[in-house]
Design a binder for this molecule. Structure first.
Ligand code: GLN
Length: 238
């Protein structure tokens, strides 16, 4: 029997992937391979229907127009929704948290119906939220400070069907003044953290990997350069 391979869906990198968010898929693949687990990235572009059979999915940020193309594609080919429905882990960054909500309003004031995997809506704020974002996770299984950077105009408000990923210590997160970042519903996690988020937050990467592999534990990886990167970026936010 051939050895099984972890299949990582990189969703719409042709339209959603600002600030190197595609790196989240690379981090998942690398952290799997370093443990001797076969892993591959499946890129799903606007030319492809979205498969529902992959083990984990990542989506990145986008400009407003690209974000609309992505939204239309994901609603036309609901493979991501089907995968989330069976509990496949999904990581959605910045524009993608907005796309996975019920609707978002663009900077131009147009309201776009969205995918509805997360219980949230997004409307433009007076100014952009730009800079380092540091937060304390609320999600079970995460204990380490989350670090990244944000760059968005949309302000996101959660309904009762999603809980925040983290409380904000530095930066804005979902919306100016709310002091929370991200949204979690079932196996779907959204956040405003770029970085790429999983390069800066290995604990979050391993949580997604554990869910994708259906295991309780993974062998620890000793990567001092990641610890150093985290220290430097968290210090830079002060
Ligand atoms: N276009 C969205 C906003 O400005 C998302 C931006 C992004 O993904 N970086 O809110």
């Amino acid at each position: 029997m051939p050895e099984s391979t972890l299949r990582i869906g990189l969703v719409l990198p042709d339209v959603m992937g600002t600030y190197g968010d595609g790196g989240n898929a690379l981090v998942l693949r690398q952290r799997a391979r370093m443990r001797g687990i076969n892993a591959e990235i499946i890129s799903i572009t606007l030319d492809d229907p979205v498969p529902n059979s992959l083990d984990v999915y990542t989506l990145g940020g986008a400009e407003d127009y690209a974000q609309r193309l992505a939204t239309r594609h994901l609603m036309r080919y609901p493979g991501l929704q089907e995968a989330a429905g069976r509990g496949a882990p999904v990581l959605a960054i910045c524009a993608a948290i907005q796309v996975l909500g019920h609707w978002y309003e663009t900077s131009a004031g147009e309201r776009v119906d969205a995918v509805g995997l997360l219980d949230l809506t997004t409307s433009p704020q007076a100014g952009r939220s730009i800079g380092e974002l540091v937060s304390t996770p609320l999600l079970a299984g995460l204990t380490q400070t989350l670090t990244g950077f944000e760059n968005h105009r949309g302000g996101t408000v959660l309904g009762s069907g999603s809980v925040p990923l983290a409380t904000v210590r530095h930066g804005d997160g979902n919306r100016v003044g709310d002091r929370i970042d991200g949204a979690v519903t079932g196996s779907v996690i959204g956040t405003y953290l770029h970085g790429p988020a999983l390069a800066r937050n290995p604990e979050l990467a391993d949580l997604l990997l554990r869910q994708a592999l259906g295991v309780d534990e993974l062998a620890p990886l000793d990567l001092p350069e990641i610890d150093q990167l985290r220290r430097e970026r968290i210090a830079a936010a002060r």
